[in-house]
Design a protein around this ligand. Sequence first.
Ligand code: ARG
Ligand code: ZN
Length: 880
Amino acid sequence: MNARPDAASLPIRLADYRAPAWRVERVELDFELGIDATEVTAKLLLRRDPAQHAPLRLDGENLELLAIALDGQPLPATAYRTIEGGLEVDGARDGSVLETRVRVLPAANTALEGLYLSGPRETGFLLTQCEAQGFRHITYFPDRPDVQSSYTVTLRADRARFPVLLAGGNPDGAGELPGGRHWARFADPHPRPSYLFALVAGRLEKIERDYRTADGRDVQLKIWAEADAIASCHYAMDALERSMRWDEQAYGRNYDLDVFHVVATHDFNMGAMENKGLNIFNTKCLLADPDSSTDDEYRRVEAVVAHEYFHNWSGNRVTCRDWFQLSLKEGFTVFREQSFSADMNSAPLKRIEDVALLRRAQFPEDAGPLAHPVRPAEYREINNFYTATVYEKGAELVRMLAGRLGAEGFRRGTDLYFSRNDGRAATIEDFLAALGEANGIDLTPYLAWYGQAGTPRLKAHGEYDAARREYALTLAQYTPPGAGQPHKQALPIPVKLALFGADGRMLPLHLDGQTAATEAVVVLTEAEQHFVFRDVAERPVPSLLRGFSAPVILECDYTPAELALLLGHDPDGFNRWEAGQQLALRACDALRDDADPQAVAAWCDALAALFDDAQLDAALLADLLTPPGEIELAERESVVDPARIHALRQQLQRRLAARIGGGKLDARYRALAAQSTAALDAASQASRRLKQRVLHLLALLDPASACDHAATQYRDAPGMTDRLGALAVLARHDGVRGTESLAHYRARYANDPLALDKWFALQAQLPGEGALARVQALEADPAFTLKNPNRARALLGTFASGNPTGFHRADGAGYRLYAERLLALDALNPQIAARLATAFNGWQRLEPRRREAAHAVLATLSAHDGLSRNLAEILGNMLK
Ligand code: ARG
Ligand code: ZN
């Protein structure tokens, strides 16, 4: 019964979509909960599509069928049969009621999909994860998002072992049962797909708050966690309230049940899950307290709480017709979260962070063997498609649409989208149609973005004609072939732009007879187009793609001096940072090829000047002082040598540190350290960020004095940001104090899993020769386990994705160890194994020795018997 689904099974295709032949109007679920075994009784009121004659087929996996009856009559064994991945039942009619009873085994469920146990069997609690297809691990059901049903759920369990019983929907009764047992019932007035089902049962504590929605509903907000974690949930509660208020104002969306539950678990495959009325979070994305969370983690908690809450409309009230439409809810919801976070914090910093993530995670995906469109055309294992492309690129597509319509037009469009599709399972076409119709604009050209993989390259070239006072900008686009798409079409690319004079001021724009202010958006729709600006007083420097107005790679023939001008003056915070990044890339190329010393000097000089600019926001300065990461640098190479890229980036930063000067770095560090507090306001966070960056640069110049500062900072740190930052510097630059501080931290946080994850991750990232041995030693730490996804990711995932020199050892030993662990993980948790395997993405472009080593490891791994469908699909694509 534990047989793996056929790893070589045929792909599922969007083109084959058919509406369900059978729907379920009402579901009554009854759970007899137990840690080792739980019995689930399901009563389904069936509806048949009169136009289709397919037999009744229900999905079901790893279920032990105990009883089955149709319309009250037990079914003889001849009237139903188990088929691959489910059950086929004869004799059902429209209006029939099918009743099944099955047994599932929560404690044995290491895949963390369906019903499972979080924590030790004596003290842990039961919970579910159903997206995408976990519900079929709980009961027999047409487990697809276009089947929407009304749910009534009854939970029964031993009261002492499971004092708290929760399911989605509104509470609908509770009471005692004989033998120390009790029950609780929940009814959801909103029909919903099975992937949004959830239950939680166990010993949990809560915090609560009353909330009144803008449309007058009184809602109880409750956050649940195990006793040792509940005190760290207050920040999430504040973030939840802010999210609810924001969605009322920004999108006119109100919450629609009387209770909203949020539950925290340490054992979770993803970040969090938006189950209707019962969101479940990885503790990593929910708990926040100054002693164990960094500033970045605080922002992440706020963002994920908002994301899951926003799904109540973009995902739950309006859901997806099929899983190909996943970005309909995920891309839109990421975009909603990005706008919320920009409003709550600094908008330019949020944009910089999101674009950096896109470039680090999505661009490489889009350029390699795992590339797929935002709306894929086919998949074998849907869990492999919760990707940066579907989420982050999907959000960029929504951002382009929002930009095209303007704030008011976009709101008109989303209002129409929500009202027209409420209670429906929708498609990307429905989304574009509503946004377009509300504004009288045809948005169908944007559909091409959803179907075409690959990152477009945007080439820009400007010509100034002094005699005619005209500036002609030529824009051209090209998307390289890939992902089974040999010829890519031209896409609509909105380019927000401004022109700068030599004094660093923006020039007025005269385009097509229109006079805008100093900023305009031109949309490139063809392979190549010219845009002529008139009455331009001097040769301008263009600031292109402001705010990153489209997810493309811009290639523009700037001189270093022009980039330096934008870096010094562009009031668009994002483009200012971007000019610095482009200049850093030039500087990096110059160092590599031993050429163009001006590029290095231009970058260093411009940043040295900004370093002295007292007006500049400290957090922006910190980001400006950070060159593109090693992954981004590798993306630009046709042959990748990770060790060389690492050395180059270090060299570049050392040049910057030297140009600013040790004295100035030291003075700035001391000034920032003197203001150190535990406060979480933006200015305090910004000052910590800059302090860490300055310390890092100082360490490249003068490791001894940087480590003295770090030792003091570690000892006196008022919070985790400072403590972890200091620890990273010590661990990297000071053998003795590094080891001591790591041991001290290990003991101080022995009982704090999230703080321990950071301890594993920090060490997994330490570059160089010793990295692999260090990882092996850490695997022997009693706190290490492959069974907890956070822990496996912290050590192994960080090693493979965050330690290029360690993982990509030239002898291939890093790959071999990693592949062994993937195999072990695959037997426990296929989703996590497949996710971690994507760290091999890009292996084809490695220099020959590493490439051969990686290839050998991947080929051996993929030839292994009994791989999960998840891992088999990733490896298969990787080797295609
Ligand atoms: N819908 C969740 C989110 O908000 C992600 C859950 C995906 N889970 C999975 N096992 N694929 O992003
Ligand atoms: Zn989501």
